[in-house]
Design a protein around this ligand. Structure first.
Ligand SMILES: Nc1ncnc2c1ncn2[C@@H]1O[C@H](COP(=O)(O)OP(=O)(O)OP(=O)(O)O)[C@@H](O)[C@H]1O
Ligand SMILES: O=P(O)(O)OC[C@H]1O[C@H](OP(=O)(O)OP(=O)(O)O)[C@H](O)[C@@H]1O
Length: 302
């Protein structure tokens, strides 16, 4: 592939490995962005749109997008701030995966149990900027100066080993389930930043003519994200209970109400947040709803 074959194409950066990679591939499939990645090449052409996918480390994507070298990208909110690119990037869509928290962690049974007690000591992290900002505020509030300020040291990985190796008094690292943290004998004492994966574009796009395509891709991806977030809930309910029922399932705009042969009853169809399904069904049963059915969505535009 040469530079000419990329001419006029929208460049879309996707994490090439790590926690976000597989989920991004699922999104591309759901949005019908068709491609074949030959021999793990880092640039590949999309067959059914004028788009080229660029596979990059998640942490490099903010600066590529922020500087306008690529037009669109997916990465974590954490690495956008860490790359100091917030001002150069527009967050187009939250994607609902890659959710975790950057947390201050210390040995469970150790003498240090607050961020204030850790201030002035050694903190190891892969997130120097975010950790630096966080401890700088605490150092200022404690009026720590010079050598007495918190020492932030960068490591590229295996951050959780730093305390056991005697390299650090505490660490700042990402936590999702907490398994990695607990396995290292650590626990969290504060949250520096919540994060999730986001679709981003440059705040000053270089190629205005690509805006309609960016809108189309955004709308398709939003459909896939919403389909993963909602289910359709259908049930029958006595007309006299309809008010109570629709306050349990108000839908996104309004529920669909259909008459049944038995005039005392109606059928209700409504979108419900997937995470609330069990609770909603319990409440519907309590007010006498019958034949409650839940349908997963493959795709949608809402
Ligand atoms: N345990 C996790 N759960 C959810 N999201 C995560 C988790 N770990 C990381 N992320 C998200 O994925 C992004 C990329 O992290 P990941 O650990 O996959 O990096 P990577 O690309 O493999 O880089 P490296 O291995 O070089 O650190 C993070 O910045 C964060 O937004
Ligand atoms: O709370 P948990 O569910 O255990 O997830 C947290 C871990 O996930 C990430 O690392 P990952 O496993 O992606 O590997 P990495 O250290 O190579 O980045 C992160 O750096 C933590 O170590």
């Amino acid at each position: 592939m040469n530079a000419e074959s990329l001419d006029g194409r929208l460049l879309f950066a996707i994490p090439k490995k790590g926690r976000l990679h597989e989920k991004c591939l699922e999104l591309l499939v759901g949005a019908d962005i068709q491609f074949r990645r030959h021999q793990r090449l880092d640039v590949c052409l999309v067959k059914n749109h004028p788009i080229a996918l660029v596979f990059l480390p998640a942490s490099d994507i903010p600066s590529f997008v922020g500087k306008g070298n690529v037009d669109l990208g997916i990465t974590g909110q954490d690495v956008i701030i860490e790359a100091k690119m917030e001002k150069h990037i527009t967050e187009v869509l939250q994607l609902g995966f890659g959710k975790c928290a950057l947390q201050v962690q210390v040995p469970e049974a150790g003498p240090i149990q607050t961020s204030e007690a850790l201030a002035g000591k050694r903190v190891v992290t892969s997130f120097e900027v975010l950790s630096g900002q966080y401890f700088s505020k605490i150092d200022d509030s404690l009026q720590l100066t010079g050598e007495n300020r918190t020492k932030i040291e960068y490591v590229g990985g295996s951050v959780e080993a730093a305390c056991a190796l005697g390299l650090a008094d505490g660490i700042v690292d990402l936590v999702e389930s907490g398994d990695t943290m607990r396995a290292a004998g650590l626990h969290a004492i504060a949250t520096v930043q919540q994060t999730e994966a986001v679709l981003i574009k440059s705040s000053k796009p270089k190629h205005e003519y690509l805006e309609p395509l960016i809108k189309l891709i955004t709308s398709r991806i939003a459909g896939v994200v919403a389909a993963g977030k909602y289910v359709v809930c259908e049930y029958n309910i006595l007309r006299s209970k309809l008010h109570a029922a629709t306050s349990i399932t108000p839908g996104r705009r309004a529920p669909t109400i259909s008459p049944l042969e038995d005039e005392e009853w109606v059928a209700v169809s409504s979108m419900v947040e997937k995470s609330k399904t069990a609770d909603v069904m319990d409440k519907l049963v309590t007010i006498g709803a019958e034949d409650i059915l839940i349908f997963n969505l493959d795709n949608c535009r809402v």
